[in-house]
Every structure is written in C-alpha cells, then in structure tokens.
Design a protein around this ligand. Structure first.
Ligand code: 6CS
Ligand code: FE
Length: 310
C-alpha cells in the first residue's frame, strides 16, 4: 500500500481557513549536560505563552556597539539595490526607507558573532533540545515617523509552506537595539496562540517574497480566527529597554504597529532552527526561496562564542 505523506499543517490549499491542533512539542527535552539557561518558571512560561521576554540581557556598551553596526550596515547598503535590502512600500513619506536587511549573520561579522553568544544560542539549544543553525536573520529598522506595520502572522505558516520547514522546532530571537516603548511599534504577541495552527486561504504566487517582505498579503490569518485567538489569550506587547531579548516560538501569532513617533524601533531577529528540522521542498510545487531568506546551503551547528567588542 502506498502511504501518501499527510501534511500535518496544510495551508493556502483551499478556499477556507481553519484552526488545527499543534502536533509538535514547544519546549523539547534538552541535553542535561548543558548548563540550563532558563529556570523552571521561564521554561513553563515559554511552554504556556509561546514567548519569553528577558530584560536587558546585553549591557549598554554592547548595545551601543551593536547599534553602530546596525547603522553602518544601513548606510553601506542603502541604494545599493542589493536583494537583502527590503525598502518600505508606497509613494508616501518614508517610501524607499530601509524596512529590513536580511542575512545579516552572513553579511556582517559582528552579527555573525552575536548569533553564537551563549546568552541567546544556549537558550535556543535548550528550548529546541538540539544543536541549532540559523534559518534566517534580519534587522527590522522601523524608523521613526515612517516605520510601517508588520501585520498579524505565524512565521511557521510561511516557513512551512514557502520553505518546506517540516516541524515547529524553530524559534525567533529578537534583540532590541533601540528602546521598544508602548508607542513606537513593539512586537505584539498572542499568548497561547502557538498551540493552534491557523491554516490560511489563498494560493502563494511565484516569488511571493518580493512582496511579502514589504507587506504580507498571503498567509494572512482570517480575522474571525485572529479574534478567537486574541479573545482566548489576549495581546501582549513586548516593550523593553534596548539590550532586552524576546524569544518566541515559530508558531506564535504576532505582529507590530507602525511607528509615527520620532523614536526608531530597531530590532535584530535571528531564527534558530533545530539541526534536525532542515528544510524540505516547499509545498505546492513552489520554487525554493532564495538563500538570503531561507538557508539551505552550508548548514552547520553553531558553537557558543561570546560577543567580543573590539
Ligand atoms: O517570510 C518570512 O520569512 C518573513 N516574514 C514575516 C512576516 N515574518 C518572518 C519573516 O521575516
Ligand atoms: Fe514574523
């Protein structure tokens, strides 16, 4: 008998949306030989809510060093036409402003070092219960006055359908490089939403990433289902001082508002994927997304190396 592999997380395959149960663990059994980075309460909170805020993990000197590196990248990369640079949409104020720069851990040695700092790498290894590598990295600049929003989504819904990520054994680590206040567009997450998989309507166009990284229009959860999740779990906005870190599960529903304050909300995001969860073919016969958005080449387990400020 030929068994067809049943996709546990179908999406963008028919004209209706739905909610499916998560079939993967959230916090994996971890190798007890490694010194635990999280205490029992932090592990339980991440398991229950799907995210964890760790205030001021990096000190002021480190933040200043990382901030300068972020600014230098923007100066060096603006108007270069490089594929890793995503400009804001529209012909209004701020169009052409840098929205994101992707692949920063491979383009810049400071961020290549930062992904290996034990304060973040070891938390990822512990939660994912394995060695890890970087699936994707990016700086989201969200400049003052003109920074645009990131609409509600589950990262895994995209990474599963467009990148062929097999299971939910991945997480994002957002390091705040400027203060994230309640008003300049902090990350908003729906506690507990990671336990539910929101299957989305619509079909993925070819080369969708050329639009979705500016404004996501496919893989956008249905408003009734968003309301259901928010009514159930509420909405938590992760304001914090620069140097703080938010770890969130690949399937936690999240988004962030635009920024009309004078104060930028710039964060660097690293996506740690379990070495056991490397990408398969995208769903629905899609062409694989480019390497700067979804790593497939040169995959290697990350070894800890503390951030060195020179
Ligand atoms: O398509 C992606 O991989 C990106 N899109 C969003 C909205 N969040 C995750 C990731 O940066
Ligand atoms: Fe996201």
């Amino acid at each position: 008998m030929i068994m067809l592999s049943q996709d546990a997380y179908p999406t963008r395959t028919q004209n209706n949306a739905g909610i499916l149960a998560r079939q993967d663990p959230v916090v994996y059994e971890h190798d007890s030989t490694h010194k635990p980075q999280l205490d029992e309460a932090q592990r339980a909170s991440y398991q229950e809510n799907g995210f964890l805020l760790m205030p001021e993990l990096f000190n002021a000197e480190e933040v200043a060093y990382l901030f300068d590196a972020m600014q230098a990248m923007r100066e060096d990369f603006t108007n270069t036409g490089r594929k890793e640079v995503i400009a804001e949409l529209g012909n209004g104020a701020g169009s052409g402003e840098v929205r994101s720069i992707f692949n920063v851990h491979r383009l810049n040695e400071i961020f290549a070092n930062l992904v290996r700092d034990p304060r973040v790498l070891n938390v990822a290894r512990e939660i994912l219960g394995s060695e890890v590598y970087i699936h994707q990295s990016r700086i989201n600049y969200k400049p003052g006055f003109t920074g645009k929003e990131f609409y509600w989504h589950s990262d895994f819904e995209t990474w599963h359908s467009e990148d062929g990520m097999p299971t939910m054994r991945a997480l994002s680590c957002s390091i705040l490089l400027t203060d994230n206040s309640e008003s300049n567009g902090p990350l908003m997450l729906i506690p507990g939403s990671h336990h539910h998989y929101v299957s989305c309507m619509g079909e993925t166009p070819d080369e969708n990433y050329k639009k979705s990284l500016k404004k996501q229009e496919v893989g956008v959860p249905d408003q009734i289902l968003l309301r259901y999740l928010a009514d159930m779990g509420g909405i938590k906005s992760c304001a914090g001082k620069a140097g703080s870190v938010v770890f969130f599960d690949c399937n936690t529903m999240h988004g962030s508002n635009g920024n009309i304050t004078p104060y930028p909300r710039s964060n660097v995001f690293f996506v740690y994927n379990s070495i056991a969860n490397q990408l398969d073919a995208p769903k629905g016969g899609l062409e694989p997304r480019p390497e700067f958005v979804a790593a497939r080449e040169g995959i290697a387990e990350l070894t800890p190396q503390a951030l060195a400020i020179d």
